[in-house]
Write a protein that binds this ligand. Structure first.
Ligand SMILES: Cc1cc2nc3c(=O)[nH]c(=O)nc-3n(C[C@H](O)[C@H](O)[C@H](O)COP(=O)(O)OP(=O)(O)OC[C@H]3O[C@@H](n4cnc5c(N)ncnc54)[C@H](O)[C@@H]3O)c2cc1C
Length: 461
């Protein structure tokens, strides 16, 4: 695609569309929007704009489309596959200035939000009303970015991913048209499901300027348990059995021995250092929960569990979750001389033990530092493999392991990306995963964005 060579006149035109202070061509602003949290190559935009309302977004997109200037939406830039990197330069729209919780509709379990709302802030507001928005990617992330990547997290096993919570969207299309999608009804059979086409589209079809999200009630009782196993294989085996028993955990996370060693050391938590399942259950009564947790314990013991600790208090549970959520950052901090590569595949739950075994075997053979953790209940596996920075040979080994794991997941009927999105990093696997339907995705992209100005260079090989 041939994009416009941005001249001083374009800069001046765009600068006039927003108040001073919400537009910058400065080096530091452009640098800050040149990379996400991945190791993908940084690319600077030509300018950053902080819009305040949907009309401003519409005017900017109208202008950008007319002049064929690339536009990339930006939430917090916490993506792990290069999703918001403006690879063709142009404009970055940073949504931190559109961060209003417009209305919480307690009576309908819904909230209307601007895209720049940070989900942790939303949940802090909702807590007092006994409600919450369940998908929790862990990193600080915006609702717009979560919709862009169809993010999910440790509670997805029970509550679903972001897409399961998006009921209504207002999006601005490439030419500036503002389109509303979806309804406030909790179900609908009305027409093509265009709404969900936009969820997970990484800002390549349109830009979200408002969303109505489905909320859940905070359960009255929680109970957590930690099960330590003699091997990753036996821990993985227990996951299937827990799911099959219908215990319906709200979190079912796997941490490898390397992760447990790091968590115990870094967080000062007394933990058994062995492959571990961290589980959380919720319900209306303590009695019911005790039965559930006891049954989970029996299943774990039958699957080679060495130690099962249940009835974990809120404080310890919160510390465990915090440790789990900050694992990514903890790994980076502990290996300042190494480049981080995080795989993100998901497989059918029956294939989870085989996938864990494959990733274990392949990564062990490299001799490189490695950490495996997983939203096990969803069959979603992350392997962090660390090659030395500037060491090309180690970089190639890491890439090759990632490639092998992704291809294995696809071969098992799974996906190249469980939750981080395609971005730049997973483009090369799209054909393998989607076959001829990739051609239809391209046609859809062409229909909504014929000049290819929206987040170019993403998703498609
Ligand atoms: C330590 C760490 C742990 C993580 N753990 C998880 C995890 O468990 N699960 C998970 O799913 N992810 C995880 N992530 C990845 C990331 O946090 C999520 O994908 C998150 O949803 C990205 O949100 P963001 O606000 O940072 O979006 P950004 O990274 O800024 O953008 C994400 C994508 O959405 C697009 N976008 C942004 N705003 C809009 C908008 N208004 N309209 C349309 N498109 C838009 C962008 O162009 C981009 O393509 C993790 C990241 C880190 C650093």
């Amino acid at each position: 695609m041939e994009y416009c060579c941005i001249e001083a006149s374009h800069v001046a035109d765009l600068g006039r569309m927003v108040e001073p202070g919400r537009f910058s061509c400065g080096e530091s602003s452009c640098d800050l929007h040149s990379r996400d949290q991945s190791s993908h190559k940084a690319c600077r935009p030509r300018m950053v704009i902080w819009p305040l309302c949907q009309e401003e977004v519409s005017r900017i997109l109208f202008y950008a489309d007319e002049h064929v200037i690339p536009v990339t939406a930006w939430g917090m830039g916490s993506s792990l596959e290069g999703n918001p990197i403006p690879v063709s330069g142009g404009i970055v729209l940073n949504f931190s200035t559109m961060n209003r919780i417009i209305r919480v509709r307690d009576e309908d379990f819904q909230a209307d939000l601007e895209p720049g709302v940070i989900y942790q802030n939303l949940n802090e507001t909702l807590r007092h009303r006994g409600l919450f928005f369940p998908p929790d990617p862990g990193a600080r992330a915006t609702i717009g970015g979560m919709i862009g990547n169809n993010a999910s997290g440790s509670r997805t096993v029970r509550y679903g991913a972001t897409k399961d919570h998006v009921m209504r969207l207002k999006v601005v299309l490439a030419g500036g048209e503002i389109m509303e999608l979806g309804t406030r009804a909790s179900k609908s059979s009305s027409g093509y499901d265009l709404l969900h086409l936009f969820v997970g589209s990484e800002g390549t079809l349109g830009i979200v300027v408002e969303a109505t999200l489905r909320l859940s009630a905070i359960p009255s009782e929680f109970s957590a348990a930690i099960a330590s196993f003699d091997s990753a294989a036996s821990a993985a085996g227990a996951v299937f059995e827990i799911r099959r028993a219908g215990l319906d955990p709200i979190a079912l996370e796997f941490l490898s021995i390397e992760c447990m060693e790091l968590v115990a050391r870094e967080m000062g938590i007394a933990l058994k250092v062995s492959p571990t399942l961290f589980m959380e259950f919720a319900g209306a009564s303590a009695g019911y929960l005790k039965d559930v947790v006891d049954t989970a314990g029996e299943i774990c013991r039958e699957n080679g569990c060495l130690d099962y600790e249940s009835g974990i208090g809120r404080d310890r549970r919160d510390r465990m979750f915090k440790a789990r959520h900050s694992l990514g950052e903890t790994i980076v901090r502990n290996h300042p001389d190494r480049k981080v590569m995080t795989t993100d595949v998901a497989v059918p739950i029956s294939r989870f033990p085989s996938m864990i075994a494959f990733a274990e075997q392949e990564s062990a053979a490299t001799g490189l530092p490695r950490y495996m953790f997983s939203h096990a209940g969803d069959g979603n596996i992350h392997l962090v493999l660390l090659g030395k920075k500037e060491d090309e040979a180690e970089g190639c080994i890491v890439e090759e392991i990632n490639r092998k794991i992704v291809l294995k997941a696809i071969e098992m009927g799974g996906t190249a990306t469980g939750e981080h999105g395609v971005g730049i990093g997973k483009r090369c696997f799209m054909e393998k995963e989607h076959g001829t339907s990739l051609g239809w995705m391209k046609r859809i992209k062409g229909l909504f964005d014929p000049k290819g100005i929206l987040n170019p260079g993403k998703i498609f090989p």
